[in-house]
Design a protein around this ligand. Structure first.
Ligand SMILES: [Zn+2]
Length: 282
């Protein structure tokens, strides 16, 4: 994050730090425990009911929306390419770029989501992923909270951007989300979108930084860098299971690097830097 963003974050954290709200943002449980602190004013908590890890102080939904319109600057994710850069990226199909979705396309195939099927790309940023899915033969519908990025995706990459998940013309076969859930102030926003978009029997794919204690144990320094202002939530295997169950879904978590030939097996190691939840709606 930039210095100004960090300073304003510290200022707002300090103001709201007193008597901070440490309830679980998913289920409202007060049965939470402190995991660790950062910058004196920020803390990572874990819900003892659902296993979700979350940053305190928390954001409001309005704070979050304002942040993503104006302040969010994570290098390649949000710097919109100019026409020349975009022409190069599309000419090579994004191959070898930081936004190459070849790995995600392999996961789609491994879980049986096939070209021709309908995908909802939740948190599509400026459309690089939605574009690659469409090139691979999927029917893609996308949502992005940031208006400038959504406009870019529609105008420059021809993505079908929806004002909200409720604007979908019918249910989708796959609810896809890459590095979005960890940015939300309230994970119920994600699950309510799943409920609105996904057909019964449909597949959920959610990729996030790995917030699981298994990764914390394996790589404590890398883990510690992943939570804070930009990531108010840290997803754990337990939290995915519990949240999914409450929304009538089942599933399994995996971590990178993925074994594409074996994404149905239980009990795999969760020590990689990225966490993947593969869910199914009942
Ligand atoms: Zn909870």
């Amino acid at each position: 994050m930039t210095l100004m963003t960090r300073l304003s974050y510290l200022a707002s954290s300090a103001v709201r730090g007193v008597g901070a709200d440490i309830k679980c943002p998913f289920d409202g449980s007060t049965h939470t425990r402190l995991v660790k602190r950062k910058y004196l004013v920020t803390a990572l908590y874990e819900c003892q009911e659902c296993g979700l890890r979350f940053r305190v102080p928390k954001d409001t939904v309005q704070d979050n929306k304002t942040f993503y319109q104006d302040e969010y600057a994570q290098g390649f994710t949000t710097d919109l390419p100019d026409d020349g850069q975009l022409a190069q990226l599309t000419a090579t199909g994004f191959a070898g770029s930081p936004k190459d979705y070849a790995g995600y396309l392999k996961v789609l195939a491994a879980v049986g989501v096939l070209p021709g099927q309908r995908i909802f790309d939740f948190g599509a940023s400026w459309g690089y992923g939605s574009w690659q899915f469409r090139q691979a033969g999927y029917a893609v519908y996308s949502y992005e909270i940031s208006r400038p990025r959504a406009r870019y995706a529609a105008e420059k990459l021809g993505c079908t951007m929806l004002e909200s998940v409720q604007s979908l013309s019918g249910p989708v076969d796959c609810f896809f989300s890459a590095h979005v859930l960890e940015h939300l102030p309230d994970p119920k926003i994600f699950w309510e979108a799943v409920s609105a978009a996904l057909k019964p029997g449909g597949i959920i794919l959610s990729f996030t930084p790995n917030g699981d204690p298994a990764y914390e144990q394996a790589s404590p320094a890398a883990y510690h860098q992943q939570w804070g202002k930009v990531h108010p939530l840290m997803l754990t295997a337990q939290s995915y299971q519990q949240m999914a169950r409450q929304y009538g879904c089942t599933g399994q978590t995996y971590s990178s690097p993925y074994d594409f030939s074996d994404l149905k097996r239980d009990g795999v190691s969760l020590t990689g830097s990225e966490l993947l939840f593969v869910g199914r709606r009942a």
